[in-house]
Design a protein around this ligand. Structure first.
Ligand code: CP
Length: 301
């Protein structure tokens, strides 16, 4: 595997070996530097805290170096009209791998066609976020102890949320998974994902009652309503706040279950939930470092 573009690339045996590697990365000695002398470029045309910083942390923990532009739309030559293809041609001469986030679905697929070095899709508009899906499934494995026989409720902005799109597709690599989609009408899961799940025989259903969905879940995956993807403020206002997980909602969640969220959150998980041991979202974000270490080591080691 040269590039990381979409979750369709990932198969079960590879996932299992990646998760074993991610476990090993948790305790990698600080003086082990398997990627010493290698350079990762992080080129982000959309804002990010977790993905960019965890990629950079992962590279540095492996002994490698990082070059970065955190606001490529403004601080790279994109503002002068340079295409993403030309930027990638050039950066592939400066770095051994490139993690790129772009606001346009499909832009990273174009970048891959011109790059001499591995490209990692760090999110392409409302398209996919494959490394997030890897860390999400790894978190389920780490927290619940299995990735089969999981009932997951995905909540919130399922139309524009690339993390739930990628995770849904990745769950086709598990056995006997059941997905319940809980979303306001305007942001329901798109048909392309539902069709892919049907073709793979993954059970899914839609539910409007969040509490009912939580009662049957091993994992509740809450997401932010993505204001930046709406055409108007009023369309966003009509949808936001529909499904909030607060202390009362948590009384409907089984004791063994967890709450995940790719973050950032706005108000869809009340801060009072943060101290509940079932709130796994900050542990999930930390897992991003270990999974990205395992991935970079595999691509560049
Ligand atoms: N989960 C995630 O993609 O977060 P960032 O947008 O902060 O990278």
């Amino acid at each position: 595997m040269k590039h990381i573009l979409a979750v369709d690339q990932f198969e079960r045996p590879w996932l299992e070996s990646l998760f074993t590697e991610a476990d090993r990365m948790r305790d990698l000695p600080r003086d082990a530097e398997p990627l010493r002398g290698k350079i990762l470029a992080t080129i982000f045309y959309e804002p990010s805290s977790r993905t960019r910083l965890s990629f950079e942390s992962a590279m540095m923990r492996l002994g490698g170096n990082v070059i970065s532009t955190e606001n490529a739309s403004e601080f790279s030559s994109a503002i002068k009209g340079e295409t993403v293809e030309d930027t990638m041609r050039m950066v592939s001469g400066y770095a051994d791998a490139i993690a790129i986030r772009h606001f346009e679905e499909g832009a990273i697929a174009r970048a891959v066609t011109v790059s001499d070095v591995p490209i990692l899709n760090a999110g392409d508009g409302p398209g996919e976020h494959p490394t997030q899906a890897l860390l999400d499934l790894y978190t389920i494995h780490h927290e619940i102890g299995r990735i089969d026989d999981i009932h997951i409720a995905m909540v919130g902005d399922l139309k524009y949320g690339r993390t739930v799109r990628s995770l849904s597709l990745l769950l086709r690599q598990t056995n006997n998974c059941h997905i319940t989609f809980v979303a306001p009408n305007a942001v329901r899961m798109r048909d392309d994902i539902k069709d892919a799940l049907d073709a793979a025989g993954v059970h899914w259903q839609e539910e409007s009652d969040l509490h009912a969905a939580m009662e049957n879940a091993d994992v509740v995956y809450q997401t932010r309503i993505q204001k930046e993807r709406f055409d108007s403020e009023s369309d966003y206002e009509a949808v936001k706040g529909t499904y909030v997980i607060d202390a009362e909602a948590m009384t409907h969640l089984p004791a063994h279950a967890i709450v995940m969220h790719p973050l950032p959150r706005v108000d869809e998980i009340a801060t009072e939930v943060d101290t509940d041991p079932r709130a796994a979202y900050f542990r999930q974000a930390r897992n991003g470092v270990f999974v990205r270490m395992a991935l970079l080591n595999q691509l560049l080691g």
